[in-house]
Design a protein around this ligand. Structure first.
Ligand code: SAM
Length: 264
């Protein structure tokens, strides 16, 4: 694979910081983010060993890093946005974890030596990156040969028009969303990065639209446009989000995949 020098633009980093500063508290409390079973499934698939050093890229409030810390020697969580890092630091203190530390930093320039970690993981953040392959290359770089590189993220339809519709809805809700990749793109990206894909797990999440919009504090005009697009999707099956309406309100499906790879 040719080395990549692409990195996130300053303008996009500013949008990410603004979104995740505003959302930090609500995000850290969201059920899908705190879901202990989901975190345990990812950590179980990574299978950390007691002597391992791990890094979580775009760690946010740090829940995956903290779960790894319970099973590893040492864990670092790194994120562009100071607000979630402050929450992660407070939570890890409250949990009495002495082997995890958090720092502010940007994923396309990880300030660590080649092969510094046994595990590099990134959850729910690839759809916020402008250059996901460049960030995966960084994760691979800081992982030792034979170590584990894992990604968990949303995925979009294999049909480009349906994927574009889905990504438009996501971007309206949260301006820092760039693009959820199709599962085949995620798989191809790991192969192009020189990683051996060992395991994939996928699942579906039923999302309540009102709660989802509230957690991102989406401005009213954009929230109305999201609802309009979902209503249209409900009638015409346009994206794979499969919206439906019942007593709980307007809901839809998000598809999630975890890919666990070995560095060759
Ligand atoms: C949806 S949150 C995911 C947080 C955490 N990984 C989790 O699973 O709860 C996305 C996070 O990615 C971070 N982020 C986005 N782009 C980044 C970049 N280029 N470098 C580091 N962090 C980034 C944001 O600041 C935000 O905290």
């Amino acid at each position: 694979m040719a080395p990549t020098t692409e990195s996130e633009t300053q303008a996009h980093q500013a949008v990410v910081r603004e979104e995740f500063t505003r959302q930090a508290g609500a995000y850290a409390a969201a059920p899908v983010i705190t879901d202990a079973d989901r975190i345990a499934r990812l950590v179980g698939a990574i299978d950390p060993q007691p002597a391992d050093r791990a890094i979580e890229i775009a760690t946010g409030p740090g829940y995956v890093a903290m779960a790894l810390a319970a099973r590893c020697r040492e864990v670092v969580g790194i994120d562009l946005t100071p607000a979630p890092i402050a929450i992660a630091e407070r939570t890890s203190r409250e949990r009495g974890l002495a082997n995890v530390r958090f720092q502010v930093g940007e994923a396309s320039h990880l300030p660590f030596a080649d092969g510094a970690f046994d595990i590099a993981v990134c959850r729910f953040a690839f759809h916020h990156f402008e250059h996901p392959a460049a960030i995966l290359a960084q994760m691979r770089r800081v992982c030792r040969v034979g170590g584990t590189v894992a990604i968990e993220d949303l995925f979009a339809s294999e049909n480009p028009a349906r994927a574009a519709y889905y990504n438009q809805v996501e971007r309206l809700r949260d301006g820092s969303h760039t693009r959820a990749l199709a599962l085949s793109e995620l798989v191809a990206m790991t192969a192009e990065a020189g990683l051996e894909l060992e395991r994939i797990h996928s699942d579906r999440l039923t999302v309540n639209t009102a709660a989802w919009l509230a957690s991102a504090q989406t401005p009213a005009a954009k929230a109305a446009e999201v609802r309009r697009l979902l209503d249209d999707d409900l009638r015409r099956d346009l994206s794979g989000m499969r919206p439906f309406s019942d007593a709980a309100g307007l809901r839809f499906i998000q598809r999630i995949a975890a890919l666990v790879c070995r560095k060759l």
